[in-house]
Design a protein around this ligand. Structure first.
Ligand code: ADP
Ligand code: MG
Length: 848
């Protein structure tokens, strides 16, 4: 379509006016309306003229490259001159490039080198609705930069399906622009039954339906969505087999193709065209002429895999929102049709939208990048949407384990700075640095690639054959060494057989997994080369590989707890169990590259997989500072005794422990005190006299703090017991210990003599009778019969006349009649009635 006719032209004028007053804008317009190609040009032409660069951020490499090519073509300039692009491993741009398409992650790295982004006049975030982690962070960084140093910087956010409200709030004050675009209705249908989905590979279904729909609808091109390059290849083969497709142009579109192949997919042909694409064609790229969409409903989506403690790219079902975007691609030029290769019921159960990456991915790499940019206050960082505090914490903890942090601070160590140079997860860069030193990087890179996917080896129904395969893959050498050995051998064997599908089927090797791992391996090797690492396999001993592995997974080191089971203790106080399939069955110390927390009938079991045996000498060589030997003091319940144990540790993981040695006496006193307080040990001499004295002290403290009394509460009790226990290591030593003297000692000397005076145990009434006092909750209580009290004064006070005695007035049978501290009131108000009732029953007693 001619650029001047694109729907986005309707906002050109408003954009120009708004940008005179605003430094930020939000633009929402449907896919295909011209946002990505036209808006950067408008801004450049109208506003920035020739001075500054407009940088357009793209989530995908392929989109960055293709948009740049398209815009260069539209402007009639050479790619790499006025218009250019830059992605991870390549680019075409120069000093004079004025419109530059870059990937989100790349910009963030550039900001590390040039925090002010000098020469950049505008940053445009395209496809922001995809909410990639790097998009979120780059936007936050751009906002900070604009606020603190570059008030002139223009920030624009564009998307097809923006939830503009939250974004507008985040960017306020900002211009909000919308363009309705043009769309035609799309008729959506679902594949008939679920059985078909399970029975046939998705590419076979797609092939069948292309043929069927080609007959049904005579016009329009096809767009088929598949999750990745492999599935696309299979689909192409299927489609080419179909009778009605012989005459059609059938083409792939994905990131791994040559630029020529990618361009070819975008072109119009006299014949009908079928493009089989990944989700680049969902919103990033618009293929003109499409009227029929066939959607597998699948995509390779980055997700955090808690099993591997790392982000992975696995095939997953797309959300309803993504499916709607895909369907919309059929209605750009005329009414269209979309077939979903899944059931309608299943569709309703799919999530409405994908969670943004910031909420679902591992943040370690981002935390590393932020720290490298000098940002450590994540709590006050201007997140568009803040991540879970736990995810940040997990990231920091892992960085600490990898040695990337200065201990105890949120600051990168020298190693951390080095890891930040790598555009990859620090687990891997850490491993690659070690592997480079050890001379085994290719093997380690292959293991890293393999560890991201599913298991390469599948069970075979013919067990004899499975045994033969395992033998062929070096099961014998692998035993007690590493679960990775057979996987590495399987990959290499498959590579020599050119990933032949028949070979895979025969020997139960997962072909797609191997191919994906192969691509990833290539990427890792390119990155390692770019970082000037030693990329040759010089050493073939497994030791060096094992050493490299533990540098990346030192947080998943495990010690076997016993010989009889597969139970292990892990770093950070975790417990786990080796998977039964492991070939490392006897090693006392291992590293697990995969950890799965499985909830089994309410019990959380941690299963450890991808095991490699570890020699303690490797740890000593690599992490000499992380070893410690300490004596731990603990309470042995069965012996009622405090014991000491010598422990040799790697970080918090106990490698070896030996009973014996001297318990720490402070610790022993603390442990015994805990037992006494909890009531599991009783001090025989802690009798009622002790409790009574405590009540009396508390009574004095209630009224006479000025005489040096303090309440004796839980804390005081703990201190006193700890004092009594000091020096003891067994219950025997404290069982008969005297408590009362210690309690007296606990009082300040000045107060000791006053206890009897302020809180006497007995009072003598005027007619001579002696009454015992008891003290409860800060009160003094005297129990006395009516007769004993006839001559008592109206009120009796203790503690320097500050505390009235409470009387529990008893009948002759010693049942309480009333509780009061005001006897005068008793005699006038209650006594007449009491007397009436009791005198008949107790005629022999005196009743005045
Ligand atoms: P948006 O970003 O709004 O989805 P784009 O700016 O990417 O839209 O594309 C606008 C139009 O330009 C598309 O509808 C398509 O017709 C055309 N177009 C864009 N890129 C290419 C290309 N590489 N080859 C051919 N046509 C293209
Ligand atoms: Mg676009």
């Amino acid at each position: 379509m001619n650029p001047t006719e694109l729907p986005i032209q309707e906002i050109r004028h408003r954009l120009e006016t708004e940008l005179r007053t605003h430094r930020r804008f939000v633009l929402q317009a449907p896919t295909g309306s011209g946002k990505s190609t036209q808006v950067p040009q408008m801004i450049h032409d109208a506003w920035l003229a020739a001075r500054n660069r407009v940088v357009v951020l793209q989530p995908r490499r392929i989109a960055a490259r293709m948009l740049a090519r398209r815009v260069a073509q539209e402007r009639g300039v050479q790619l790499g001159g006025e218009v250019g692009y830059q992605v991870r491993f390549e680019g075409a741009f120069g000093r004079d490039t004025k419109i530059l398409y870059v990937t989100e992650g790349l910009l963030l790295r550039q900001m590390l080198g040039d925090p002010l982004l000098s020469g950049v006049g505008a940053l445009i975030f395209d496809e922001f609705h995809e909410r990639h982690l790097y998009g979120d962070i780059s936007l936050a960084q751009a906002m900070l930069l604009q606020r603190d140093h570059r008030p002139d910087l223009l920030i624009g956010v564009m998307s097809a399906t923006l939830e503009t409200e939250a974004l507008t709030r985040f960017l306020t004050p900002c211009a909000v622009l919308q363009s309705a675009g043009r769309t035609f209705p799309v008729d959506i249908s679902y594949s008939a039954n679920a059985v078909e989905v399970n029975d046939k590979p998705v590419w076979e279904q797609a092939g069948h339906h292309v043929n069927r729909l080609a007959k049904e609808l005579p016009d329009g091109d096809f767009l088929v969505f598949m999750p990745g390059a492999y599935e696309i290849q299979r689909t192409l083969t299927e489609i080419r087999k179909q009778p009605l497709c012989r005459d059609m142009v059938v083409m792939p579109l994905h990131g791994e193709l040559t630029p020529q192949q990618q361009d070819a997919a975008m072109e119009r042909y006299p014949k009908r065209k079928v493009v089989v694409a990944t989700n680049v064609a969902e919103t990033s790229l618009t293929i003109d002429g499409v009227r029929i969409v066939i959607d597998s409903g699948l995509a390779r989506i980055p997700a955090f895999d808690p099993n591997r403690g790392i982000n992975t790219l696995l095939v997953q079902k797309i959300s309803q929102a993504s499916a709607d975007q895909r369907a919309g691609r059929a209605g750009r030029t005329a009414p269209g049709k979309c077939l979903r290769l899944w059931g309608e019921r299943e569709h309703r159960q799919r999530p409405a939208q994908e969670l943004p990456e910031v909420r679902r991915l591992d943040l370690t790499e981002i935390v590393l990048t932020l720290l490298a940019s000098g940002i450590s206050d994540f709590e006050n960082y201007p997140w568009f949407e803040a991540p879970d505090a736990k995810s940040l914490q997990r990231g920091l903890m892992l960085l600490g384990d990898l040695g990337a942090l200065v201990p105890g601070v949120r600051k990168l160590s020298a190693l951390g700075e080095r890891l930040a140079d790598f555009p990859m997860h620090p687990r891997y860069s850490r491993m690659f640095l070690a592997a480079s030193e050890q001379g085994c990087l290719p093997t380690v890179a292959l293991i890293a690639a393999l560890s991201q996917g599913r298991n390469l080896l599948l069970p075979l129904s013919d067990k004899r054959k499975e045994e033969k395969r395992d033998e062929m893959l070096g099961a014998n050498e692998a035993a007690e060494v590493s679960d990775f050995i057979m996987q590495v051998n399987a990959f290499n064997l498959l590579a020599t057989n050119r990933f032949n599908p028949d070979f895979c089927r025969e020997w139960g090797i997962h072909g797609v997994t191997a191919l994906t791992a192969g691509d990833l391996y290539e990427q890792f090797m390119r990155l390692a080369t770019a970082q000037r690492l030693n990329v040759t396999n010089e050493v073939h001993a497994w030791d060096s590989v094992g050493k490299a592995l533990i540098t990346g997974f030192s947080d998943q080191l495990a010690v076997r707890l016993d010989r009889g089971s597969f139970r292990c203790a892990l770093i950070h106080g975790r417990k786990g169990e080796l998977r039964k399939q492991t070939v490392v069955r006897n090693a006392p110390l291992v590293v697990a590259a995969e950890i799965e927390e499985r909830d089994m009938r309410g019990d959380v079991t941690t299963l450890l997989g991808d095991i490699t045996a570890v020699d303690e000498s490797w740890l000593r060589e690599l992490f000499p500072a992380d070893f410690s030997e300490t004596t731990r003091t603990y309470y042995d319940e069965s012996q009622r005794r405090v014991q000491a144990v010598r422990e040799r540790k790697f970080r918090d993981l106990i490698l070896e422990s030996k009973e014996g040695g001297e318990p720490n006496l402070d610790e022993a006193a603390r442990l015994l005190t805990e037992e006494v307080i909890a009531g599991r040990l009783t001090l025989k001499q802690w009798d009622s006299s002790v409790d009574r004295l405590i009540e009396r002290i508390n009574f004095c403290a209630n009224y006479c703090t000025d005489y040096g009394f303090h309440p004796f509460g839980e804390e005081e009790k703990r201190l006193m017991i700890a004092h009594l226990c000091y020096g003891a290591v067994s219950y025997k030593a404290i069982k008969e210990i005297e408590v009362l003297p210690a309690l007296w000692d606990f009082l300040p000397a000045s107060a000791r003599a006053l206890v009897d005076k302020f809180a006497p145990e007995v009072i003598t009434l005027p007619e001579g009778s002696r009454i015992r006092l008891r003290y409860e909750q800060g009160k003094a209580i005297a129990s006395a019969t009516v007769q004993q009290l006839y001559d008592a004064p109206a009120q009796l006070k203790l503690a320097q006349n500050r505390a009235p005695v409470t009387f529990e007035i008893l009948a002759p049978n010693r049942r309480p009649v009333q509780i009061t501290s005001d006897l005068a009131a008793f005699w006038t108000n209650s006594y007449p009635e009491v007397k009436k009732q009791l005198r008949g029953r107790y005629p022999k007693h005196e009743w005045r």
